[in-house]
Each structure stands twice: as C-alpha cells, then as structure tokens.
Design a protein. Structure first.
Length: 244
C-alpha cells in the first residue's frame, strides 16, 4: 500500500526557524546552477516554502502539497505518489525532504521522473543516516533516512543520470550527532510518545536567539564550500540529476 505522512510540515508553524533559513542558502549553493532556464518548475512538498523561494524566479512555478496550509494561491493539493500532471510536463522538478515521507520509494521516484520532460532536471534533498533515526523521524512520518550512496542508487534506479550528490549541514554536524545521541538516550528513559493526530504539526527543537544566530553562522561555511566542493558528511543529502 502506498503511503505518505499525514502530519503537517513544521515550517507551517515556524517558517523562520534556523534550519529552514539555512537550508534555502545551502540548496541554492549546491543545486542552483542545475536549474538553468526552465519554462515550468514543479515544487513538490511546497509546505517547506521557506526553503524554495529561490526557485520561484525561474519559469512558471507550480506548487504541490498534501497539506493545503502549505500552499500559496494557485497551488495544487495532491500526493507525490500520484502526481496530477501529464507525463513530461516540467523542465525542473524539486522535491526537498519529500521522498523519505513516501512509501514505497520506487513509486514516488517513478512519479517524479514521469512528469519530467526529456533533459529535465530533478533536484532532491533527503535526511541523512539511518543511525540518526529518533522519535523525531517517527513524528514527522519518515520511512527512511539516506546515505549519499543510497540516494544516488534510488535516483539512478529510476532512470536518471546523477549530476551532483553531496552532503550538507557539515558545519553543524557534530552538534546534530550529539543532539541525536541525547534524543536516543532520553527516549529510552521516557514514556512512549503519544504521537500526533492527522494534520498536527511536529514540534521543532527550540533554540535560543544566540544559538539561532550561531547555527546560521556555522552554516554559512557550508554555503561557501558547496559553491565549489562536495561535502563528505552532513545531516542532509542533496542530489541533482538529469533525465536522458
């Protein structure tokens, strides 16, 4: 049975959270040059709008999300597992932190590729490392996390040619790893989470204003590096691929 998460994106409640602001700059630095000059761009999972504003300057932009709260006027409410568009409709398809919410993976990848025009580009991001799985992934409706190799394999199996694959958020990775370790230890000692009701927005880890600025400053190092280099580790995997 094909499934996608039914909870809302945390960006709906907190669009100015540091991670969304940092992700926008990292996505643009790593993947921006692969956008080109498209006529039509599809943004799948656009409830994470704070991270894709840079894409909206290119071509006719179409947004799709399961959650209508994440859609601007004119957006399409629908599932990445059954995209309501004709085959070959878009020159660029972006799916930032979407694929991990969809099961089976093969179905969502097939749909993303189907709506791509020949020589179109797929831009993708997914969370990194299965060892980093915590209750936060459960609450967000994730089915899996990725290594770079696994993300590349999923893209190539779907028939695309990978143009770039890199980790991101390397500069904050030590803090990420410690935070995930702390979560796992805390979960063992705590009662099971009651979970979320459909449509609820998962809570984000709260940080102080000082930490907010510090994390953004650290991520600026990633932005400069990603302009020229692939990163060997990080909490996200970014992929750009082309359709033959």
């Amino acid at each position: 049975m094909a499934t996608t998460t039914s909870v809302g994106s945390a960006s709906i409640a907190q669009p100015d959270y540091w991670w969304y602001a940092a992700r926008e700059s990292l996505l643009r630095a790593a993947l921006g040059r692969f956008v080109g000059h498209p006529r039509r761009v599809l943004d799948v999972g656009s409830a994470d709008g704070p991270s894709v504003g840079w894409l909206r300057v290119s071509g006719h932009h179409v947004s799709l999300d399961l959650d209508p709260r994440g859609l601007a006027k004119g957006g399409v409410c629908g599932s990445a597992l059954s995209l309501p568009f004709s085959t070959g409709s878009f020159d660029v398809v972006a799916a930032f932190d979407v694929v991990e919410h969809c099961e089976p993976e093969s179905t969502v990848m097939a749909e993303l590729v189907r709506v791509l025009a020949p020589r179109g580009r797929l831009l993708l991001s997914v969370p990194a490392y299965q060892w980093a799985w915590t209750q936060f992934d459960d609450l967000n409706g994730h089915h899996r996390r990725y290594t770079r190799a696994r993300a590349v394999r999923a893209v190539e199996t779907s028939g695309l040619v990978v143009d770039r694959a890199t980790y991101a958020f390397m500069s904050v990775f030590p803090l990420f790893a410690l935070e995930r370790l702390f979560r796992r230890i805390s979960q063992r000692a705590a009662d099971p989470s009651p979970g979320l009701e459909p449509g609820d927005v998962p809570p984000l880890p709260q940080v102080s204003p000082l930490m907010h600025r510090t994390l953004l400053s650290l991520c600026s190092a990633d932005r400069r590096l990603l302009a020229k280099h692939d990163l060997p580790l990080g909490s996200s995997v970014l992929v750009a691929a082309s359709k033959p």
